[in-house]
Each structure stands twice: as C-alpha cells, then as structure tokens.
Design a protein around this ligand. Structure first.
Ligand code: PSU
Ligand code: MN
Length: 302
C-alpha cells in the first residue's frame, strides 16, 4: 500500500512520535476560491494549526503518488499548472495510474487519513444530498466515506447548495454522529444557522473528544461530523444565500452541468453574485475549522 504514498518527513516523524496532526483536504483550495486568495488562506490555516501545537498536513495527488503533507510551493505550482482533477474516493486509483494532478475532496481525504491512522480532518463544508437528488441521485461520496471510516471531520455544516434536511436524515441512516459545537441549529456553511435543529449540541471540545474516543472504543466504523458554525462577523443571511443558490442552480440546470462539475460552477456564481462576500466567509470558516481541528486532534490522539 505505502508504495503509492509519498509522506513528508515531518508527517513521518509525527506518525512515529504521535504528534497531533490535522489533515486538510485540498479541493476547497482549487475550486472554491481564487488561487491567490486560496494559497494565502491556506498558509494562514497552517499557521493557526501550528499555533495550536499540531501539524498541518495537506493532501493531494501528483506524479502517481498520494502526497501526504505536500509542500506549499509544490501545491501552488500544481494549481498554476491548471489541470487539476477533483479527486473523490473513487478517483484515487485512476488519478494515480495516470500520474495526474489531483486535489482531494473530503471523501478521498478521509480515506487517506484513515489509511495512515490520522484521526482528524478539517475542511470547509462536507458534501451531501443535492437539492434535486430525487431526480439526479446526486449524493456526495463524502457521506459514504464518513459512514465507513472512523475519522473526525470538522466542517461548518454541509455546503449551502445542498438539501440540508435530507443530508441530516442521510447521516442518521448511515450512523454518523453529528455534533454542533456551541449552537442549537445545524450551521449552513455561510450562515451560522439553518432551519434544522442540530442532532446534538456540545459546548465543550473535551466532551466532543469524548464522543470520538467512545465510538472508537466501541469499534464503530463511522466517523463523526463536528459542525462548527462560521464566526459571527462573517455569517451571511440565510435568505440571501437561498436566493443566490436557487438562482445559480437554475443556471446550472439550463447549462446542463451535472455531477462533479456542479459544485465548482455554483461556488463561482455565488461568489460573483455576492460580490465576494462568500469568499471572505469561506476563508473565515476554514480558518476556524483548522483551529478547532487542531485543538481536537490534541485531545483525541490515541
Ligand atoms: N465546500 C466548498 N467548496 C468545495 C467543497 C466543499 O465550499 O469545493 C468540496 C469539498 O472538497 C467536498 C466536495 O468534499 O466539495 C464534495 O463534492 P461532491 O459534492 O462532488 O461530492
Ligand atoms: Mn456529487
């Protein structure tokens, strides 16, 4: 298995010495944000994680390898080359075979983190059930992966372009514990709130770490979703977000955009329609999730 991995020496050391690690997915940097902002924000996230005494570990694919702890300059060059594939769980082997450049989604990242025994992943928002999934069957592999790999994922809820209620139902079906950190309502990415009550609320990270440890000890195979709401100052209005999401969804349907292409298209349009407010919000929430991921990783290391 390890022949397909290239693991940065710092990560190897962390694995040997049980130094807490926060694994970071890479798709959000390649498609959710303009490249320059993305690299700057990524560096800030790494800084935040180090300040919390954990090691930031960015995951991507290139040259026929899974790069665990890819260096910032290499990642930046990869984005500049411009031919980066969005790699879901199922795309890992084909991307390796082709020696392609790939950024990993939550599903691919969770699988990779689990392969190396690294228990915490931080991201922006996870994928889930799409609003028109009754017709398209578009349900993110992120859910399948969270159901099957015991990783704690810190995210600001699910992507706002999704059907949040259906996604919460699906996570219950799949046996994925969902804990909102310090809030009663399940957060909806760009907004601190949604219409949906969070399945569980916990205000103390130690308590959340306790849940992570308990489900490990019980041998449950599912992960845990820690839903950490966007910081107050950056939270956008639910009505505004609903409006722009619906509008961009209609456009995407008209243009015949389907599958993996949907999210990147919607994100770009939403960023345009909100005059960049969602870019700022996106960066703010990823930074906060990095911080919480780092704190949590110090607590759950086993
Ligand atoms: N949220 C964002 N931007 C993104 C994603 C989430 O604001 O780019 C990415 C994450 O990598 C997530 C993936 O894992 O979208 C899910 O994609 P899909 O719905 O195709 O499974
Ligand atoms: Mn999809």
């Amino acid at each position: 298995m390890l022949e397909y991995f290239e693991i940065h020496p710092d990560v190897q050391e962390a694995m040997r010495e049980s130094i807490p690690v926060v694994v970071m997915e890479s798709t959000i940097w390649a498609q959710g944000l303009p490249t320059k902002e993305a690299i700057n924000a990524l560096m800030e996230c790494c800084h935040i994680i180090r300040e919390e005494d954990a090691l930031p570990v960015l995951v991507a694919l290139s040259g026929g390898k899974i790069r665990v702890g890819i260096r910032m300059d290499e990642f930046s060059e990869m984005l500049d080359r411009g031919k980066v594939q969005k790699v879901n769980l199922r795309d890992i082997p084909t991307c390796i075979q082709r020696h392609g450049d790939g950024t990993t989604t939550v599903s691919a990242t969770v699988f990779i983190a689990h392969s190396l025994g690294l228990p915490v992943v931080a991201t922006g928002g996870i994928g889930g059930v799409h609003r028109n999934a009754d017709k398209t069957f578009d349900v993110s592999a992120d859910l399948h992966t969270l159901a099957n790999y015991p990783i704690a994922v810190v995210a600001s809820g699910v992507k706002s372009i999704l059907n949040i209620g259906a996604t919460l139902e699906m996570m219950e079906t799949l046996g994925i514990p969902v804990i909102a950190y310090g809030t009663d309502l399940f957060p909806s990415f760009y907004c601190r709130t949604s219409q949906f009550p969070a399945p569980e609320r916990m205000d103390d990270l130690e308590e959340i770490a306790g849940v992570v440890r308990i489900r490990n000890r019980l041998g449950m195979k599912s992960g845990v979703l820690i839903a950490n709401p966007i910081p107050k100052d950056y939270s956008l209005s639910e009505n505004l977000m609903d409006e722009v999401v619906e509008k961009s969804l209609l456009e995407a349907t008209d243009l015949g955009i389907t599958g993996k292409g949907v999210t990147p298209y919607l994100l770009e349009r939403i960023h345009e329609m909100t005059g960049g407010a969602t870019v700022k919000a996106n960066i703010a929430l990823i930074k906060e999730n990095s911080r919480i991921g780092a704190k949590l990783s110090r607590m759950v290391y086993y």
